[in-house]
Design a protein around this ligand. Structure first.
Ligand code: F6R
Length: 352
């Protein structure tokens, strides 16, 4: 049941510290600063990585592709439904990772079958043991988020990001003590966001808006897309996410005093450029809400702050996303939406 919560989504947002703890359990070693993932310890460092997925899982894949590239492995994320048309040539040195919470998404399963047929090594990153994708891939890694009932993916997205962060370390052997420590800190950091978030007030202040925009750079860009997807799914309001640099190439035409902009700002990466983008939208009178681990540096540039604990840029999206989930949840709640079962959507999309 909902254990006293009004909605499964709220319950599942609040379960994230435990979900991440489960995901990390037994996979991090403080002594040798290494990540080891038992179920895939026979996987070697690939020449290149392709990730295939849909929706929220695609946003986790965009995040992972950036992590792999940062660690020296060429990697790209594909919408599973576009994979057959888009894929660059692959061979047995290519690791194709199907990222799917349910393990049953038809488009993802179809792309996985293509990758298998083309001779790639394949890996499922999924929440469901024994799912179709886990059975058809050469290897499977489990994210261990526990069952997710709400149609909108929340804790599974957090666990996908944590799992993929560990996977990129395990496959590249690149893992500092700091990274292991920062991964371990995530559950308590998420708990502190859940305990103190001002998202409900922020949602109320901007409930009467024409649209909601989400911007970020680098590791903040995929989570901006995710913030917008969650908002449109459960509130039915117009929402869009962009890499912040793309704003001035079109979307800026939509920005007005009736379009709040959520800006994901890391204190350690791209901060100056993000503040530049904030100034661009603020000069069009858009209210700006910063989701940031460096409030002191940004507070006089923005209208509102949603704080997150300080962390490295690679892990910031996992924390920033919790605030964005809560904002969408409270907007939907105040609008009286059917939060756990949004119109027209199904939890598992088993048709192409
Ligand atoms: C959004 C959402 C969907 C799924 C997508 C893929 O909240 O849940 O966008 O992420 O349908 O589902 P899986 O991960 O099961 O392949």
């Amino acid at each position: 049941g909902k254990s006293g919560y009004d909605h499964y989504m709220r319950k599942e947002i609040n379960e994230q510290p435990r979900a991440i703890r489960n995901c990390l359990r037994g996979r991090l070693s403080e002594i040798d600063r290494a990540v080891s993932i038992d179920e895939i310890d026979d996987l070697e460092r690939p020449e290149r990585v392709q990730l295939i997925s849909c929706g929220t899982s695609y946003h986790a894949s965009l995040y992972a592709a950036r992590l792999f590239r940062d660690r020296g492995i060429p990697a790209s994320a594909f919408h599973a439904s576009e994979y057959d048309a888009d894929a660059i040539p692959i061979d047995d040195e290519t690791l194709v990772i199907a990222v799917t919470q349910s393990g049953e998404t038809a488009d993802t399963l179809g792309a996985l079958r293509d990758a298998n047929r083309w001779g790639a090594e394949t890996l499922a990153v999924t929440n469901v043991v024994g799912s179709s994708v886990s059975r058809e891939a050469d290897h499977a890694m489990y994210i261990r988020a526990g069952p997710e009932i709400s149609v909108a993916a929340t804790k599974t997205f957090a666990s996908q990001q944590a799992a993929l962060a560990m996977l990129s370390s395990a496959l590249t052997g690149e893992c500092s003590r700091g990274f292991v420590e920062d991964l371990r800190a995530l559950p308590d950091q998420i708990q502190s966001i859940l305990d103190r978030s001002r998202a409900e007030e922020v949602a109320r202040d901007y409930i009467d808006s024409d649209a909601y925009f989400f911007i970020g750079r680098g590791y903040g860009a995929p989570v901006a897309l995710e913030g917008a997807l969650k908002m449109k799914e459960i509130t039915y309001k117009h929402a869009e996410g962009f890499p912040a640099g793309e704003l001035k190439h079109g979307p800026l035409a939509l920005v007005s005093e009736r379009t709040p902009v959520f800006a994901i700002i890391s204190g350690a990466s791209n901060q100056e450029k993000m503040i530049g983008n904030v100034e661009e939208v603020a000069s069009r009178k858009a209210p700006v809400i910063a989701v940031t681990d460096s409030p002191a540096a940004v507070e006089h540039h923005v209208d509102d702050l949603l704080r997150i604990p300080e962390t490295r840029p690679q892990l910031l999206p996992i924390l920033a996303n919790v605030q964005l989930q809560l904002v969408s949840y409270w907007v939907a709640n105040q609008l009286g939406r059917s939060i756990d079962k949004p119109r027209n959507l199904a939890k598992s999309v088993t048709v192409e």
